[in-house]
Ligand binder design. Structure first.
Ligand code: 6R9
Length: 651
């Protein structure tokens, strides 16, 4: 296996081309001719193109204008149109797919449930009535902090049904992180569970919520699902059991008629400052983007059993576990726990058991599977698979080839999908029946999306030259703003390079116009496909009473993509020790969550800074990676710092 640095090397040399298998093309929803037609149409007449695509949704009232860009970069899509996301994901399927399985769920301990569209619809309606009874109205915010259980999907859709804006917080985040997000969104209610299962242990979600709620004054009510069954504290008047309130809730709850631009959800993600950004998505454009790309990229049919292994706490879970697949009436597999519990073959067991046809996961998971060994997938019959997907970070060609041969049996196309929390839906990816793939490339933008690689001034760079990946035209599922911070939205995304959306990713385009994503160009780390801001971790560290200063950088990691290395200076009189390193790691976990646990803490007398006082991150990255420092270091304030950092590394 190779490190990401070696990956870049191998990606630069990658020349293999995999045309869509003939059999796949013959039955594909989009074949090469159709692909060409869609691209040309979208270029010629973007408004007409999107208007036609929007017909895949059910609207209560038509829009009068496709895109209002007069207040750019604040977009309004399908202006005046009325719809409801839960109606599109549930009600409209009842006539033909009422008894079709919507959710095929397996808990980590091995318990399982299958919910039909009719059952999911009833659960959502009852829960929507419970939320109303608890005082939630259209426009209110609701936090969801749950394990990956069918009820988490129901919670999202119940909010959507009554027009409450959900803010799902991944169960791996800490109480502090939950409180910050509650406060930023001004949530009125939180939906949680007693706990969830992870590697045979209980994640104490309700205990975390109790701590969070002592610091979240806007949250008045807490709804608790019983999942793991251990005792939890219930505060009278504030906390309510899900099963008790649901017992006498009516299953009749007409969907709220909502504006196309009604806020559907807020999802917090890391940016280049210490404060997470509340990415806001609205109803019409987002639902169109997810439903359409889910059809195109996953070639979804009624008989498919579709499994995206993401948690609903991430955007991939929002768009490709919940909204896209359910809007398309698909059967969705959900698995609560870890891929290596109780054994390293758990995923392959699930694929065999449920006869999964489409599997979508992350490169970091694939690299773990490679490490665990081929014998695990070899034990299982994976012949039901017909299509594989990848998301979250660049996939190294070695991992791509392993996925292709060992998991896909050489017959399944791989769709490497590039997108972001902010883009709402996939923007760059092959359509499997139409676009030949190259291992490590997300290939070309989807129809309707205009992407480019440019320099700082926005000028396109020549083929095979690195630059910034930008999107040159608004698209329906784009974020509308950063919740409560329009200025940050304009500045971070539209104020970097004139006239275009700045992705913060570096990329190059090859001679065939294929995009090769090189990773983030800002201070965002990609650790196991999860976005983390170096500033967020630094700010957690400096809040520790023994820490004076901290600088956090990524270093290449074989499995996780990037590992977290923290350079820390201690306050006067504090003695560095191995125990203190552990204490600081635990402190970061408490402040942000286990996903931010530092891999390495290095104590140093001072941090290398330029004369103007900026931390020299490039230098620290080189040191963290064990690379020789070739860059210009003459601006270093104190060369001895560098020498000491190096000594520690060698010692
Ligand atoms: C969907 C998601 C977004 C960042 C993005 C980029 C990286 C995602 C990728 C990819 C290369 C792919 N990224 N997909 N890089 N190839 N197929 O992951 O959203 O968590 O917001 O992360 O992830 O760096 O900017 P999010």
């Amino acid at each position: 296996m190779t490190s990401p640095a070696a990956t870049i090397e191998s990606v630069l040399k990658e020349t293999r081309l995999f045309p869509p298998p003939e059999e796949f093309v013959r039955q594909a929803r989009i074949n090469p001719q159709e692909y060409q037609r869609l691209h040309e149409w979208a270029e010629r007449d973007p408004d007409g193109f999107w208007a036609e695509q929007a017909k895949i949704l059910d609207w209560f009232a038509p829009w009068t204008q496709v895109l209002d860009w007069s207040n750019a970069p604040h977009a309004r899509w399908f202006v005046g149109g009325k719809l409801n996301a839960s109606y599109n994901c549930l009600d409209r399927h009842l006539a033909n797919r009422g008894d079709k399985i919507a959710l095929l769920w397996e808990g980590e301990p091995g318990d399982s449930q299958a919910w039909t569209y009719r059952q999911l619809h009833a659960e959502v309606c009852r829960l929507a009535n419970v939320l109303k009874k608890l005082g939630i109205r259209t426009g209110d915010r609701v936090t969801i902090y749950m394990p990956l259980v069918p009820e988490a999907v129901a919670a999202m859709l119940a909010c959507a049904r009554i027009g409450a804006t959900h803010s799902v917080v991944f169960g791996g985040f800490s109480a502090e992180a939950v409180a910050d997000r509650n406060n930023d969104a001004g949530s009125k209610l939180i939906i949680t569970a007693d706990g969830g299962w992870r590697r045979g242990k209980i994640v104490p979600l309700k205990d975390n919520v109790d701590i969070a709620l002592s610091k979240s004054p806007t949250v008045k009510t807490c709804l608790v699902l019983r999942r793991t069954g251990q005792p939890v504290q219930m505060v009278p008047g504030r906390d309510f059991w899900w099963h008790e309130l649901m017992a006498d809730a009516s299953p009749d709850c007409p969907p709220e008629v909502l504006d196309s631009e009604h806020p559907l959800f807020i999802l917090y993600t890391s940016g280049s400052t210490g404060k997470p950004k509340g990415v806001l998505h609205t109803t019409g454009g987002y639902l169109l983007g997810t439903a359409l790309t889910h059809r195109w990229v996953f070639d979804i049919r009624d008989e498919d059993v579709y499994w995206c292994s993401a948690d609903v706490g991430w955007v991939t879970g929002h768009s490709y576990v919940v909204y896209g697949p359910l809007a398309n009436g698909a059967t969705v597999v959900l698995y609560e726990g870890a891929p290596n519990h109780p054994q390293e073959d758990r995923f392959w067991q699930i694929i065999e058991k449920y006869k999964v046809t489409i599997f979508y996961t992350a490169p970091t998971a694939i690299r773990s599977f490679i490490k665990w060994g081929e014998e695990h997938p070899r034990k299982h019959n994976l012949s039901s698979l017909r299509l594989l997907g990848s998301v979250g970070e660049p996939i190294n060609p070695e991992a791509w080839m392993w996925y292709h041969t060992v998991i896909g049996g050489g017959r399944c196309p791989i769709v490497d999908t590039w997108w972001q929390t902010e883009t709402g839906a996939i923007l760059i990816a092959p359509i499997p029946g139409a676009v030949p793939t190259k291992p490590g490339s997300a290939t070309r933008p989807l129809p309707g999306i205009r992407a480019a690689v440019v320099d700082k001034a926005g000028r396109p760079v020549p083929p095979n030259t690195g630059g910034y990946l930008v999107i040159q035209r608004p698209w329906p599922s784009m974020l509308r703003t950063i919740y409560g911070d329009d200025e940050r939205y304009r500045q971070a995304y539209w104020g970097q390079i004139p006239g275009v959306y700045f992705t913060a990713d570096g990329a190059r385009q090859d001679e065939d116009g294929y995009f090769w994503i090189m990773g983030r160009v800002d201070d965002v780390l990609n650790v196991s496909g999860h976005r983390l801001s170096t500033m967020e971790i630094e700010s957690a560290l400096v809040h520790h009473p023994k820490v004076a200063e901290a600088a956090v950088v990524g270093r290449p990691d074989e499995i996780k993509g990037e590992g977290i290395v923290c350079f820390v200076t201690l306050k006067q009189g504090v003695t560095p020790s191995a125990e203190l390193k552990e204490e600081l790691k635990a402190h970061v976990v408490k402040d942000i969550g286990a996903l931010a646990r530092p891999d390495d803490i290095r104590f140093t007398d001072a941090l290398p800074k330029t004369r103007s006082g900026k931390i020299m991150r490039r230098l620290l990255r080189d040191i963290a990676a064990g690379r020789s420092t070739t860059g210009d270091v003459t601006t270093l304030e104190d060369f001895s710092i560098l020498a000491r950092l190096r000594e520690e590394e060698e010692g």
